[in-house]
Design a protein around this ligand. Structure first.
Ligand code: ADP
Length: 198
């Protein structure tokens, strides 16, 4: 059974902590496959039922319901597999944005073999808000343009997403100071994951 699970490293942290930036870099390393759940949602079309659901929830800073999120993510990863982009026997998933609450972590427990959780910390809330506002226009993200939505996302993170850290437990969780420059954050991440048997 163990062999049929996807090997995974989770990128964890508040919105704006830099998961996407680091995930993209890690995804360029051979045998790593980056998958950002938010990107999967954003690639949906607006005339798609799930696309409409996504817009409804994300524009309020809330999580999309778990069943829909997990189903969409499974479809996407299976799609990448059948297109020959992701090879689970040799590739390790670098997951960003999923699982996002305890229920999702439980729903994925039979699917994921989590080897490490990289917890990007940023104690300065105002820095997170500033980063999100900066990327709103650059990346065309409506949910980053409104301060109330940003606050709601940070609250959702504190209340619903943070408990995922306890689910995986402290042996798997590695803390990285994400207030550093991207290159230093990357260096800390590589020091953590290079020795992890994959
Ligand atoms: P951020 O981490 O900056 O909030 P993401 O791109 O990861 O941004 O997610 C954007 C939005 O997509 C979230 O606010 C949420 O509404 C939705 N979303 C992404 N991943 C999930 C998930 N695993 N479960 C539920 N909703 C999700």
């Amino acid at each position: 059974m163990e062999t049929s699970k996807y090997r995974a490293i989770l990128l964890f942290g508040a919105p704006g902590a830099g998961k996407g930036t680091q995930g993209k870099i890690l995804g360029t390393i051979p045998n790593f496959f980056h998958c950002a759940c938010g990107d999967v949602f954003r690639n949906l079309r607006i005339d798609n039922e799930l696309g409409r659901i996504f817009l409804e929830y994300s524009s309020r800073g809330e999580l999309v319901p778990d069943d829909a999120s997990i189903r969409l993510w499974r479809n996407s990863i299976q799609g990448s597999q059948s297109l020959g982009r992701f090879h689970p026997e040799k590739d390790t998933l670098v997951l960003d944005g999923i699982p996002r609450n305890r229920t999702q972590a439980e729903m994925l427990s039979e699917t994921l073999d989590v080897r490490a959780v990289l917890y990007l910390t940023c104690p300065d809330m105002s820095k997170l808000v500033e980063r999100l506002q900066r990327r709103a226009l650059r990346e065309n993200r409506l949910d980053d343009a409104n301060l109330n939505v940003i606050r709601a996302r940070l609250e959702t993170y504190e209340k619903e997403t943070k408990p995922v850290l306890d689910y995986y437990g402290k042996d798997l969780v590695h803390t990285v100071d994400s207030t550093q420059s991207p290159v230093k954050v990357l260096m800390d991440i590589l020091k953590i994951i290079a020795p992890v048997p994959l």
